[in-house]
Design a protein around this ligand. Sequence first.
Ligand code: COA
Length: 462
Amino acid sequence: MEGAIIEGEATITLPDGTSAKLPFIRGTQGPPVIDIRSLFTQLGCLTLDPGYTSTSSCLSAITYTDGEKGELWYRGYAIEDLANNCTFLEVCYLLLYGELPNTAELERFENAVKNEMLIHMKLIDFYSSFQQGAHPMAIMVGVVGALSAFMHEDIDVLVAEQREAAAIRVLAKFPMMAAIAYRTAYGLPIVFPKKKFGYTENFLYMMFSDPMSDDFTVDPVVANALEKIFILHADHEQNASTSTVRIAGSSLANPYACVAAGIASLWGPMHGGANEAVLAMLDEVKSVENVDTYIAKAKNPNDSFRLMGFGHRVYKNHDPRNHIIQEIAHEVLTHLKCNKQDIFDLAIELEKKALSDDYFIKRKLFPNVDFYSGIVLEAIGIPRDMFTVIFALARVIGWMSQWHEMMSESVKKIGRPRQLYIGAQKRTVQPIELREGRESIHPEIINSPRKVWSPIKDKAAI
Ligand SMILES: CC(C)(COP(=O)(O)OP(=O)(O)OC[C@H]1O[C@@H](n2cnc3c(N)ncnc32)[C@H](O)[C@@H]1OP(=O)(O)O)[C@@H](O)C(=O)NCCC(=O)NCCS
């Protein structure tokens, strides 16, 4: 356990007086842990922690978050430092290899990524089976998983070089896969990447260029904003999607299939889907005059409404990414002179009111990175249902770096939590005529007519 020091032992005593001594371990930063791995063999009992609020699932040297101080580091570098001084691909290199690249290393890495940007034509065919109007995240779950059909036999996940190659491949192919998901959902023709563009520029080119026209210039303010958004989202230690990728990978599964699992986990509004939900919420709030009503709704325990983009499992002071994204939002809106200023002002007002409200203060609820990122993305012209795809694009290097780190461990353990069983005691099957009826299936399920697909939404018109 390199980087971890066993400081002593913690004693746990059960109600019957039996006790166990467990290693008390400190890492380089953050709260120490009690290593409970021998608890079951010593005492025959388990721990219970749904939602993992007090459980470290692994040792990791990649990302550090300090919820109280509001700090986020990648490999020891503060997120502000990286966002101000590095490109996204430098940060990718840092996450994957542990150090920032020098000029020659970066050039090699950029070339390796560029050489892998195209996807197999058969994979492009795959997109055509999705109906127009399909959510781009649904498409991404499918196509990224399908990458494993093209690249399975040639990957030995136990070989470090092959894992690194897989990480570079998925990082490189993601912009094209994401852009085609958008173009499929909106019924637009596909655009292929160009060697003359950098990573983020290529993504913008594949998203927004007109295949009939030779002119496409990248707006440097927009590219810089997107590059920073990618950096801010690149990793966030053991969040839901990363943990999903780790658990899927722990069975030695194909890494592209693991990334597809991560995308599925990211999709939900409690995780990566929050930036899409923030914009929907701001639309609903509509104007500054309605802010108090919505704050009251968010505080009402009988109302399921939550302030989207507020709160975080780890950050209980401020989200360090929020300040950077707020600056980016200001810069982009001023530069583009677009009509999103109203929504930005509304977000600022909502933030101000919530931050001075006892409910939010007491629960340490602060705006997270998603609160402003959606405003920037919308100003750039990215449709809302692509917001989480952008998040996935940025996070894929984090997923792959964490998977690579896990697979490098000398002792590999399949992720397999236990449970506290609260079901029936052992019983025997009764003949069907003696069983009591209980109407356990909801009648709506049985009686509902066969689902007819809703008419295709004409997104191309948007
Ligand atoms: C991020 C989030 C899932 C963290 O959840 P968590 O750590 O499990 O915290 P909980 O859901 O247990 O919330 C703790 C308390 O704060 C309240 N709370 C948390 N987030 C809230 C929000 N956004 N608006 C209103 N109340 C909120 C809960 O109702 C709960 O109140 P209670 O103690 O009276 O029951 C949660 O804050 C949330 O749903 N936020 C909105 C979605 C979002 O922005 N997600 C992106 C995360 S980067």
